[in-house]
Design a protein around this ligand. Structure first.
Ligand SMILES: [Zn+2]
Length: 429
């Protein structure tokens, strides 16, 4: 199952070798997220440090190319796979008596670190869910998102930017919101290189992630267009391989901007038409153009278009999203199911779910099965076991056809929980 859920994700996870470009002056080290090191006469500028578990590996790879001291570390944003693998670099600095580097981030990155302090356990739980197929269910969190190396140069406000020169290389840093509110991207004119952080992940933007806070489709599109003006020859994405060649870089930025404008503007149009989420969502699925669906850079292998519809809706809409006052202060779903089971037996619902399944109406079958699973009083053990088995089977089939790693993990985790419950029911017999 791991193989399936991670299908097409090997580049995203950085499972390919480190390399250099621009006459060995830029070092590209993949390790889940990408690290890019600029080797100047006066020392190194590092854009993004890796996930903590891979810090030593990344450090060793950088040191196989250059021995110069680290002068700057830039955080594209404060996620665990971009700002926590600084350890070996700092240890080396202390050991060699070098000056501590400047650490550059946006002020919202500091707020993010503070948030991780109060929500540490919750974030550990989320990461376990989201990355279950690669991190394993029983193991510790992917990384503890605490113990930070705090920024020394802090970009403030919405339109902030910062530039500096090291050796004879200029570094221009810009803040734009997109995946997060603390993103900063880097333009290095002498190297014709843009580092994007997770504003570009070589697949559909991670917007509308079911576990995560609000993200910003329109601003994301605008950030892509600002990057495009630089006419870069190299684009270092947050995840995935180096994008090389002016045309390829331009195309990747353009199509991403275009899809973000599309999803934003089409949802907004429907909000203005007085439509509720369900209608908007299903209409949006109908109108998704093939030019986006078939574009390599927009593959929905991590984030996906379906999530992006949620992201845009949530940006402008409150939590009352059905337009049906029954849903404003709803009863417990277990109790609703219990009432439905008073009208018809568990066997009848199970039978109907089987029929739906046989007609390939799997999603509808799941809804009907939930009446049995949620409403059961447990007396009719055989029916419950059969309902759970069919639910697990449908979920597993959905995982097989699911392109998104995140969605795949959510569904697969639930199938696993059902299997655990079935084991429990068997042992209680
Ligand atoms: Zn990332």
């Amino acid at each position: 199952m791991v193989a399936k859920i991670t299908n097409g994700m090997s580049d995203w996870f950085g499972w390919f070798p480190a390399s250099t470009f621009e006459n060995n002056t830029c070092i590209f080290v993949p390790s889940m997220a990408n690290t890019c090191v600029f080797d100047t006469k006066e020392g190194l500028v590092i854009y993004d440090v890796p996930i903590r578990q891979f810090a030593q590996k990344t450090f060793d790879q950088v040191r196989s190319f250059t021995s110069k001291p680290v002068k700057y570390i830039i955080y594209s944003h404060g996620h665990f796979d971009h700002a926590f693998g600084y350890g070996p670099f700092i240890e080396e600095i202390k050991k060699k008596g070098w000056d501590m580097p400047e650490v550059i981030a946006h002020e919202n990155c500091i707020r993010r670190f503070e948030k991780y302090e109060i929500l540490g356990k919750y974030h550990d739980w989320i990461n376990k869910q989201q990355f279950a197929s690669v991190s394993g269910r029983g193991r510790d969190a992917v990384v503890s998102a605490r113990e930070t190396l705090d920024p020394t140069i802090i970009l403030k406000g919405n339109d902030s930017s910062y530039s500096f020169k090291l050796g004879d290389v200029n570094f221009e840093i810009y803040h734009d919101i997109g995946e997060t509110d603390d993103s900063i991207w880097l333009w290095v004119p002498e190297k014709k290189t843009i580092c994007t952080g997770d504003l570009m992940v070589s697949s559909f933007p991670n917007i509308g992630n079911p576990f995560k806070v609000q993200r910003y489709p329109k601003d994301w599109a605008i950030a892509m267009e600002k990057m495009r003006e630089k006419n870069a020859e190299y684009l270092v994405p947050g995840h995935g391989r180096l994008i090389e060649g002016t045309e390829k870089v331009r195309d990747a930025l353009s199509i991403t901007a275009e899809v973000m404008h599309f999803v934003h503007d089409e949802v907004v149009k429907r909000l203005n038409e007085g439509k509720w989420f369900e209608e908007i969502y299903h209409e949006m699925l109908e109108i998704y153009p093939d030019k986006f669906r078939n574009h390599k850079i927009l593959r929905g292998i991590y984030g996906c278009y379906r999530f992006a519809i949620h992201a845009t809706y949530r940006l402008y809409h409150g939590w009352y999203n059905s337009g049906n006052p029954t849903d404003l202060f709803p009863a417990k779903t277990d109790e609703i199911a219990q009432e439905l089971l008073k009208i018809n037996s568990e066997e009848k619902y199970l039978e109907h779910a089987k029929k739906l399944y046989s007609e390939s109406k799997k999603q509808l079958a799941l809804h009907v099965l939930d009446i049995v699973v949620k409403g059961t009083d447990g007396k009719n053990g055989e029916t419950l076991v059969e309902a759970l088995k069919l639910k697990a089977k449908i979920l597993k089939e959905k995982v097989k056809n699911e392109t998104s790693f995140i969605a795949g993990n959510i569904i697969n985790n639930a199938a696993h929980q059902i299997k655990e419950r079935l084991k429990e029911l068997k042992s209680n017999k």
